[in-house]
Design a binder for this molecule. Structure first.
Ligand code: UN1
Length: 487
């Protein structure tokens, strides 16, 4: 491994070292390996970044949308060309496998290209008027300065789907990435700036919650987009409401996959496994609950446990590894504590182990774990662990399966495996979720369709597609008449 990369913040177009606390990014697979280091921004630098974004916003809003979009399309090309290198860095810094890391970087390029091209699309609406000689048109304008606060688990794709629409639709941005993945954040900001963003249009602040809180409470910030935990999201929502600015908060999930007796069970097993363990279960869309109808439950859950135990866990930068570590030691410890608590509350561990020796014990690894629940109400059924842990349960009827799936304060995503159209239609009506996957895993998102959840999973407008354009702009309704005198 080469020398650690030196981290920088970007304020008003200048790459500057932070003057706050030290920030050290290590590899969760090998915690002794330092990937990048530098200093966080301090509060004065956060102020300066917001000021720079305020200063830049008028000229950026006045730049033709086509020109703004063209910069994003150029950035997409830069990001795509770096996919192999950055994908490996992502795997090293965050812990997902290199194949997933490369896939994520390519996805970020795709998102940039989608929004860059969307800049040219008609942005307003025209209506008839009840009055003679008048038309009513609705125009869209940027909101201003957007604070972007992003999590560790998609270090480049989530920033892309927030920053790309914010910029395309004419806003300037102050971005604080998760402090565990600063290197990928710097790579992404570098690509956008290299593609031609004017100074101050995108500012990058390394830091923790103090910087995040300062950003959302700052009068120079006109809107906030956040992805992360429900606890933090709700605090930010209170701060946003106190200043009367819009917030879009994507938060937790406790997503259920329902497998009915008539399903293609091989497909269901493959997809549930991907949903539960890809990215080491660290997705808000991951499958963390499994509900299987009693007719097939024992065999299906046993097959799943067999496949989970066969997954190759190891250093995510190595070829053939199917699951890497979780992001840091605190995550590993809290996930393991959640597993132990579930067992103490009556759950049976049918796959997974606690690593106590060797390389897997030295890194922040948690085994792909399946817990069978038979009775009682273990906390694992309700609490999001954000790791590779699947809690499985039987349901006697399809109705009971739907009720169990809805038995959560979260409502982000769900999956149902069936070949029965009637059951599919019933699930569409019954399940209280933002996204429903029929015969595919609970995770996944596309830039042109809404992304977000019901209940505790989301607050404020959804992300992506038309929803993104609506969040990152506000409308002016124009009553348009000619100037001649009325008769
Ligand atoms: C995906 O399922 O591919 O934080 C994306 C998350 C979500 C993104 C999920 N906001 O996991």
């Amino acid at each position: 491994m080469s020398n650690p990369v030196e981290l920088r913040n970007n304020i008003g177009g200048q790459w500057v070292p932070g003057v706050g606390d030290e920030i050290v990014s290590t590899s969760p697979a090998e915690p002794d390996v330092v990937v990048a280091r530098g200093r966080q921004a301090d509060l004065a630098q956060a102020d300066a970044a917001i000021e720079a974004a305020q200063h830049a916003k008028q000229a950026w809003a006045a730049t033709p949308a086509h020109e703004r979009g063209a910069i994003l399309v150029r950035a997409a090309t830069i990001v795509e060309a770096s996919a192999t290198e950055w994908g490996s860095e992502l795997a090293r810094e965050e812990g997902k496998t290199r194949a997933e890391g490369i896939g994520e970087v390519q996805r970020a390029a795709q998102i940039l290209r989608y929004y860059g091209n969307d800049a040219d699309r008609e942005a307003g609406e025209m209506y008839s008027s009840p009055r003679r000689g008048e038309r009513i048109i609705v125009t869209r304008k940027p909101i201003g300065v957007v604070a972007v606060v992003t999590p560790f688990n998609f270090p480049i794709a989530i920033p892309a789907w927030k920053i790309a629409p914010a910029l395309t639709y004419g806003n300037t941005v102050v971005w604080k990435p998760a402090s565990t993945v600063p290197l990928l954040a710097m790579r992404f900001a570098e690509a956008l700036i290299q593609a031609g963003l004017p100074d101050g249009v995108l500012n990058l602040l390394m830091g923790g919650s103090a910087i995040g809180n300062a950003m959302v409470s700052h009068n120079g910030v006109d809107a906030i987009t956040f992805t992360g935990s429900t606890g933090v999201g709700r605090k930010l929502a209170v701060a946003a409401a106190a200043r009367g600015v819009p917030i879009q908060a994507e938060m937790g999930g406790k997503n259920a996959a329902i497998v009915l007796g008539d399903a293609d069970l091989d497909l269901a097993a493959e997809q549930v496994l991907l949903g539960a363990f890809r990215s080491t279960g660290q997705k808000c869309t991951a499958t963390s609950r499994l509900i299987v109808t009693s007719d097939i439950a024992d065999d299906f859950i046993a097959e799943l446990a067999k496949r989970a135990s066969a997954l190759r866990v190891g250093n995510p930068v190595e070829d053939g590894v199917e699951m890497g570590p979780v992001v840091d030691g605190a995550a590993r410890d809290s996930i393991n504590a959640g597993i132990e608590q579930a067992i103490a509350q009556g759950a049976e561990r049918i796959s997974g182990e606690t690593y106590t020796s060797g390389a897997l014990a030295a890194g922040y690894y948690v085994a792909p774990t399946i817990l069978a629940l038979s009775s009682g109400e273990p906390d694992i059924w309700r609490d999001e662990l954000f790791g590779p842990v699947l809690a499985a349960r039987k349901a006697s009827t399809v109705e009971e399966a739907f009720a169990l799936a809805n038995d959560s304060e979260f409502g982000l995503s769900a999956a149902i495996f069936t070949q029965d159209l009637t059951r599919t239609l019933e699930a569409m009506a019954a399940l209280d979720v933002g996204m429903l996957h029929v015969n595919s895993e609970t995770a996944g998102a596309d830039p042109h369709v809404p992304f977000g959840g019901a209940k505790k999973s989301g607050y404020g407008p959804k992300e992506q597609g038309q929803a993104a354009r609506e969040f990152f702009t506000h409308t002016t309704t124009v009553y348009l008449r000619g100037g001649e005198a009325r008769t």
